[in-house]
Design a protein around this ligand. Structure first.
Ligand code: BGP
Length: 489
């Protein structure tokens, strides 16, 4: 019989998360090739009316490659985790991390994406990182690629728009599975697959203006999506063949959406938005394209090019869990003039008057996390893992200290709701806060948008000593982990 839990299970995986392209730096060291992230210049954005798109055009890419652009590319520098990983992991261990979510930089392993042999220096780097994690008993959670495709594959065949990307990705997958077998238990094939719909360049290395489908942006996004879905399913198959004990699941950006009013038209819009959001786990966990998507495809003129056998691949290789990022909730309205807009995680929304906003105008909604956990679990009935959540804020160093009560308050309120969801019966297995050490923002390439428990002395232009400083939230999170989520004061 089901027993109601009192709180976090004993083996709950507390920790933090980063991505290679936002922390490592060393973008051209030890044979690493250029990635899509290395080609995103500094573009500060803080408020709702800022243009949040991080698309790169073919002309821009050409200029960046020829170094003609006079731009600064913060992700190339990261926070130098590549050379400081020992110090950083020691700090994670000091907080008591049980798990650390990191990603492997694909072009560190295959610099051009299509090289005959992998780059040994790149593979050795992650061996060293895993050695260090093992030393402290920290479990790695690996996102196989987090927004950084080898740029050569973009130039060669426009990234995941092409089916060829699946083969190159799987070669990379096979190499890392074989190499890190027995060392990594939790895997996710891609980061935030559904972000293809807002940023095909970031998510799939797709440049829209050279796409063969350039007259229909929906076709571009869903064709590239189909290729990533097949690549995910085949990576899942490969993972199970090579490491039957490992767990592999999908990772999505959770865009929990409320109807703006009780008007049936708004409720319907919320339903339709939700259908598009859960389309990705529908395919990757339930194993098939859901019925509702075909009408949408027809209305948008989308005609997915599939190969015989694709449906079977999707049906037979579904994921073990859903990992997701959660930062905020969204609003759905059928009104063509939706009112005041606020910004958000790669996609904006209309403002919910009941929610406060962060320094970057992202709505803060801890109860939305409980709602989302229940909704996902009711629908998919697989374990859930929150692999990103946190507050991007301006921090100040005063007398060598960083007082960040706002971050503690944000995290405390979200953790309280996670506990409620567990009592509701949700199978939540872990929580890795985003940017556990300050890093370069994905959306804005700013350093000043800080999420960490650990402050990094570097400004938006790459100036600073890179010294690491423990913030007040560092000591707070340590207590949270020590008490298994009971001591949130
Ligand atoms: C997610 C990405 C992360 C990330 C986070 C916060 O979409 O997976 O890479 O950085 O959002 O976004 P930002 O860095 O733009 O604040």
């Amino acid at each position: 019989m089901f027993k109601v839990k009192n709180g976090f299970p004993e083996n709950f995986l507390w920790g933090g998360a980063t991505a290679a392209s936002q922390v490592e730096g060393a973008y051209d060291v030890d044979g690493k090739g250029l990635s899509t992230s290395d080609m995103v210049p500094y573009k500060p954005m803080e408020h709702s009316n800022d243009n949040m798109k991080i698309e790169v055009t073919s002309e821009q890419l050409k200029a960046y490659l020829e170094d003609d652009s006079k731009e600064y590319f913060p992700k190339r520098k990261g926070v130098d985790f590549y050379h400081r990983y020992k110090e950083d992991i020691a700090l994670f261990a000091e907080m008591g991390f049980k798990v650390y979510r990191l990603s492997i930089a694909w072009p560190r392993i295959f610099p051009n994406g299509d090289d005959k042999e992998p780059n040994e220096a790149g593979l050795a780097f992650y061996d060293n990182v895993f050695d260090e994690l093992e030393k402290y008993g920290i479990e790695p959670f690996v996102t196989m690629t987090h927004y950084e495709m080898p740029i050569n594959l973009v130039l060669k065949y426009n990234g995941f728009e092409s089916r060829q990307a699946i083969d190159d990705y799987l070669r990379f997958a096979k190499v890392i599975f074989k190499r890190y077998k027995g060392r990594v238990k939790y895997w996710a094939p891609f980061n935030e697959l559904n972000m293809m719909l807002t940023s095909p360049y970031t998510c799939g290395g797709v440049i829209s203006d050279v796409s063969k489908y350039k007259d229909n942006e929906y076709q571009i996004k869903y064709q590239a999506t189909h290729h990533q879905l097949i690549a995910s399913a085949l990576a899942t198959k490969l993972c199970r063949e090579i490491m039957p004990d490992a767990k592999i699941g999908c990772m999505i950006a959770r865009l929990e959406t409320y109807a703006a009013t009780s008007k049936p038209e708004d409720q319907l819009q919320a339903l339709l938005d939700e259908q598009l959001n859960v389309f990705y786990p529908e395919v990757l966990i339930n194993g098939k394209y859901p019925n509702y998507i075909w009408r949408y495809f027809k209305e948008k003129g989308i005609n997915i090019e599939m190969e015989p056998g694709d449906e079977e691949i999707l049906r037979e290789n579904t994921g073990d869990f859903i990992a997701f990022s959660y930062y905020m909730t969204y609003m759905a309205t059928a009104n063509p003039e939706p009112g005041v807009q606020v910004s958000g995680n790669l996609v904006g929304t209309s403002q919910n008057p009941h929610l406060e906003l962060t320094d970057w105008d992202w709505p803060i909604d801890p109860i939305g996390l409980r709602i989302t956990l229940n909704r996902l679990y009711d629908r998919f009935k697989v374990p859930l893992f929150i692999v990103e959540n946190g507050l991007g804020a301006h921090d100040k160093v005063e007398d060598g200290k960083v007082h960040d009560p706002y971050r503690i308050d944000y995290l405390r309120r979200h953790i309280e709701q996670m506990k409620e969801a567990i009592i509701d019966g949700v199978d939540l297995i872990g929580y890795t806060t985003w940017g556990c050490i300050d890093l370069v923002s994905c959306g804005t390439s700013q350093m000043s948008k800080r999420y960490g428990f650990i402050y990094v002395d570097q400004d938006d232009h790459g100036n600073g000593t890179l010294e690491r400083i423990r913030k007040d939230s560092f000591y707070w999170y340590k207590k949270v982990i020590q008490s298994n989520g009971e001591d949130l004061e």
